[in-house]
Design a binder for this molecule. Structure first.
Ligand code: PLP
Length: 409
């Protein structure tokens, strides 16, 4: 019997809901700090010049729009492996893993698609069905993992009162985790807090991972946004590769996206890489990834991956992309500093802003203060106090700082 009339209304997506409410607001001074997508100093989205040039070249040279493989394009897979795991020929441990056929990479529908593919894969093949995610984390992590059938639980990450990483409780909750469970780690620019672990802190976490036999799943959506240089933001991956080569961590997975660092948001370009224990395992895992993906979406889209391939196969374009990314990150750091300078520090300590990296500022403002910002000043952002700072520019930073100062007063 069809029961279509009984379908309940689903709540709107928190972040996309903000964009809707923003559109309706007639205040000319309104500011949208909701969605994590880059805007320039004029408040406009951009196409990286390097990407535009790669597209021009593609337009001239492309002669077909054939399907790519189920796991995506082979050149794209090699580019991802060499770029991320081998730090473009500079990581001996990563080179060993690649050379030994111990990394299986599939092109996916951006970062979200790679998270979903690995979640489905873990449900099928990991002994434990539990995944520990930091509290807080990107809201969609929990939706993706639970929809796939994993049991998502939090590990401590952030102290909301101190506006700082809560490392003591972080390690404690991982020590208490169920053995062989999956643990989600943000490679850099943790979303939403912008607070990352130091190399020394990662060392402690990786030690617990070994003791508890946890399975590391790394999500890297903001490679390059911490330092401005994508090669410098992969310290965790380089370290974990060493531990895998030494046999201390048997395997792990990495979800990666070019949405933010190449501005390819809507092109849906990313990858899942599974580091395996042997070439035989790699073969089986590669075949199972294909079996999993084929009935889901058959094969990934090709325009974004061709842009990546074009950029990486041309040294000038590659240089130009690294420059474009550095500019984007430079602007984010400039607006973060400007906002920090203009905030009133008499009643509120804003120093945490200077430690945060990436697209976001995690203000520590309460839900009530965030609602006041929206209702009185038309400043739109998620109620957890996160600002997507690319929405800040020279024309609105004074207005924004003043609104925050009024709300905090
Ligand atoms: N992971 C994190 C932490 C993110 O913030 C995002 C996007 O906001 C993603 C993954 C996935 O992004 P996309 O699917 O656009 O690549």
């Amino acid at each position: 019997v069809a029961r279509w009339n009984e379908i309940p209304l689903a709540p709107p997506d928190k972040i996309l809901g903000i964009a809707e409410a923003f559109k309706e607001d007639s205040n000319p001074k309104k500011i949208n700090l909701g969605v994590g997508a880059y805007r320039n100093n004029e408040g406009k989205p951009i196409i990286f010049p390097s990407v535009k040039n790669a597209e021009r070249s593609l337009l001239e040279t492309e002669v077909e729009k054939e399907y790519t493989g189920i796991n995506g394009s082979k050149p794209f897979q090699s580019i991802v492996q060499n770029f991320i795991f081998n730090n473009s020929n500079k990581d001996a441990a990563g080179a060993k893993l690649i050379g030994g056929n111990r990394i299986v990479t599939a092109q996916t529908i951006s970062g979200t698609g790679s998270l979903r593919v690995i979640a489905d894969f873990l449900v099928r093949f990991n002994s434990a069905k539990k995944i520990y995610v930091p509290k807080p984390t990107w809201a969609n992590h929990i939706a993706v993992f639970t929809d796939a059938g994993l049991d998502a639980e939090f590990y401590a990450y952030y102290d909301n009162n101190a506006n700082d990483l809560d490392f003591a409780n972080l390690t404690k909750s991982l020590e208490d985790a169920d053995p062989e469970s999956v643990v989600l780690l943000h490679a850099c620019c943790h979303n939403p807090t912008g607070m990352d672990l130091t190399p020394e802190q990662w060392e402690v976490v990786l030690e617990i991972i070994q003791q508890k036999k946890l399975y590391p799943l790394i999500d890297m959506a903001y490679q390059g946004f911490a330092s401005g240089n994508p090669y410098k933001d992969i310290g965790l991956i380089r370290r974990i590769n060493q531990l895998v080569v030494e046999g201390k961590i048997p395997s792990y997975s990495l979800c990666q996206s070019f949405a933010k660092n190449m501005g390819l948001y809507g092109e849906r370009t990313g990858s899942i890489s599974i580091v395996t224990e042997s070439p035989e395992q790699s073969k089986a895992i590669d075949s199972q990834l294909k079996k999993l993906i084929r009935p889901m979406y058959s094969s990934p889209p090709i325009h974004g991956s061709k842009i990546v391939e074009t950029i990486f196969s041309n040294p000038e374009l590659l240089e130009s992309w690294l420059g474009d990314l550095d500019q984007v990150v430079g602007r984010l750091n400039t607006v973060r500093d400007k906002l920090y300078q203009k905030l009133d520090k008499t009643n509120y300590n804003w120093d945490h802003l200077t430690k945060q990296r990436g697209m976001f500022v995690y203000t520590g403002l309460s839900k009530e203060q965030m609602i006041a910002l929206r209702e009185k000043y038309s400043v739109y952002a998620t109620e957890d106090g996160r600002f997507s700072i690319s929405g800040i520019n020279d024309s609105n930073v004074d207005y924004l700082a003043n609104a925050i100062n009024e709300v905090v007063r």
